[in-house]
Design a protein around this ligand. Structure first.
Ligand code: MG
Ligand code: MG
Length: 275
């Protein structure tokens, strides 16, 4: 789940808190515990990925994720968060983030980003992945691929001695080279006992600026990338954020620990440490 960059009427429901100059640092044992939470979440994402097909509803995907999370002894981190009613945020096509699952059935060519969180032993993990249904929507595939590549670039920049602005700069560089736009009004965030901790992690930035990246800081890096312009708006349900120009939007996110050995991805069971 993304965090609002600054409090305003349009983003109040997303639960942003004021920025702080420092995050809550985790010990190696605490990072291991967060990785266990992240493994459960990765399994939930993998189960949903296997189920995505024409005709599957977003409520079906929500049920799959909740079952995997609860069977692992964890709880859905989003359910009840500021009143959010479900386990996942399945945002389709021009929906950016925080959509509510329901009866909508996936169609050929749909782009769907699924954001999900798990809490295990009190530790929150947060991750989003994007899929394109079928094979006919080349624009959607390219948007998702670029967004995923921008996440990888952001993670690669998340090393001790650099700054939050280096992450945003890395994300922004990949996105803008492809002609797409980073959403600026929603940001990544620190993660730990709470889903949203300091610091904010914007998807645009200037190298060498912002909070220093230190050993033990755990953050959710989450580029939200629009095919058209960067502006977004909040829908009448008070949750669903859509692109203002109606173009497609993709979202990839990992929870990442910054360690002396390099960035450690906690929400990808197939790759524990970034190259
Ligand atoms: Mg998320
Ligand atoms: Mg998040």
């Amino acid at each position: 789940m993304a965090r609002s960059r600054r409090p305003s009427r349009a983003i109040r429901a997303l639960g942003g808190a004021p920025r702080s100059s420092s995050g809550v640092l985790k010990t190696p044992a605490e990072i291991d515990a967060m990785a266990a939470s992240g493994d459960v979440l990765a399994r939930a994402h993998e189960a949903m990925a296997a189920a995505i097909a024409v005709g599957v509803t977003t409520a079906d995907l929500d049920a799959i994720a909740e079952q995997v999370i609860r069977e692992a002894g964890a709880v859905p981190a989003f359910k009840g968060y500021h009143g959010f009613p479900a386990t996942i945020c399945p945002s389709v096509n021009d929906q950016v983030v925080h959509a509510i699952p329901g009866a909508y059935a996936l169609a050929e060519g749909d782009l769907i980003s699924i954001d999900c969180g798990a809490t295990l032993g009190g530790w929150v993990s947060d991750a989003a992945r994007t899929y394109v249904v079928g094979t006919t929507n080349a624009d959607a595939v390219r948007l998702s691929d670029i967004t995923k590549a921008s996440l990888a670039a952001g993670i690669a920049a998340a090393t001790v001695g650099r700054h939050i602005g280096d992450i945003g700069h890395a994300v922004q560089t990949v996105v803008e080279a492809a002609g797409f736009s980073c959403v600026d009004s929603l940001v990544g965030h620190g993660v730990g006992r709470s889903m949203h901790e300091p610091p904010n992690v914007p998807n645009l930035g200037t190298p060498g600026t912002g909070e220093p990246l230190v050993d033990g800081l755990v953050i959710a890096i989450e580029p939200m990338v629009n095919f058209g312009g960067p502006d977004v708006m909040l829908g009448p349900d008070g949750w669903t954020v859509t692109t203002k120009d109606g173009t497609l939007s993709a979202h990839w996110e990992h929870t990442v620990a910054i360690t002396a050995a390099g960035p450690r991805i906690l929400t990808d069971s197939t790759r524990a440490v970034a190259p």
